[in-house]
Write a protein that binds this ligand. Structure first.
Ligand SMILES: Cc1cc2nc3c(=O)[nH]c(=O)nc-3n(C[C@H](O)[C@H](O)[C@H](O)COP(=O)(O)OP(=O)(O)OC[C@H]3O[C@@H](n4cnc5c(N)ncnc54)[C@H](O)[C@@H]3O)c2cc1C
Length: 184
């Protein structure tokens, strides 16, 4: 089992947390539920005809916790890269993890503090699986596309990062596919 720290509790971070926790990884998500989604009313999330951003967040947070991720209401103030990643929070917690997913939204301060490569436009640069320029560090959501940010895209990015971590841990590609429960 790998340990994963996720900084940010918007749709990008929560989606990554869902896929990882559901598949048995140890997941800690830091954030204070201050995502921009609370200002949104969603008509463009496929499969959900309409929902307020706050209701979407509440459902997502409950879902993630039900699958075993830990949501910690705290701000991460620094990250250090080494053999493992170490994050320190405003309330004085220190947590270490094998992987780091940064999903800080429009102002990716921690990503910049790690010296991650950036695009010419000033977004954090990642590959198609949301891997940053530093091994085992992923950046998802608005931080990698500040001017083309949508909830469904951040959620998709989180899923991509999570599947990549699961594949690394398994040593082969992974698909998180389920089928309907059998009726009794
Ligand atoms: C008024 C408004 C209306 C919108 N309407 C829509 C819409 O209709 N449809 C749509 O698809 N999108 C809409 N959006 C955009 C949508 O909100 C974003 O696409 C989405 O929030 C991006 O998700 P994210 O997870 O990438 O980042 P964010 O939602 O920005 O989440 C980042 C989270 O990380 C937290 N964080 C940052 N740094 C730290 C740290 N150091 N420690 C702990 N936590 C940290 C932040 O507080 C935040 O909670 C709207 C946005 C606004 C402002």
């Amino acid at each position: 089992m790998a340990s994963v720290v996720i900084v940010g509790d918007g749709p990008g971070g929560l989606s990554a947390a869902l896929f990882l926790a559901k598949n048995g990884q140890q997941v800690t998500v830091f954030g204070q539920d201050k995502t921009a989604v609370h200002y949104a009313y969603l008509y463009n999330y496929l499969g959900i005809p309409e929902i307020s951003g706050s209701d979407f967040q509440k459902t997502a947070r409950d879902q993630v916790e039900r699958h075993g991720a830990e949501l910690v209401e705290d701000e991460v103030t620094s990250v250090e890269a080494g053999e493992r990643f170490r994050v320190v929070t405003a309330e004085g917690r220190t947590v270490e993890a094998d992987y780091l997913i940064l999903t800080e939204g429009k102002n990716p301060k921690l990503a910049r503090s790690l010296g991650l490569a950036e695009t010419p436009e000033g977004a954090i640069a990642v590959d198609s699986e949301c891997r940053s320029s530093l091994d085992r560090v992923y950046v998802v959501g608005r931080s990698i596309r500040p001017n083309r940010s949508q909830v469904v895209i951040s959620a998709g990015d989180g899923a991509k990062a999570a599947l990549d971590i699961l594949a690394r841990e398994e040593g082969k590609d992974v698909q998180d596919w389920d089928t309907p429960p059998k009726s009794s």
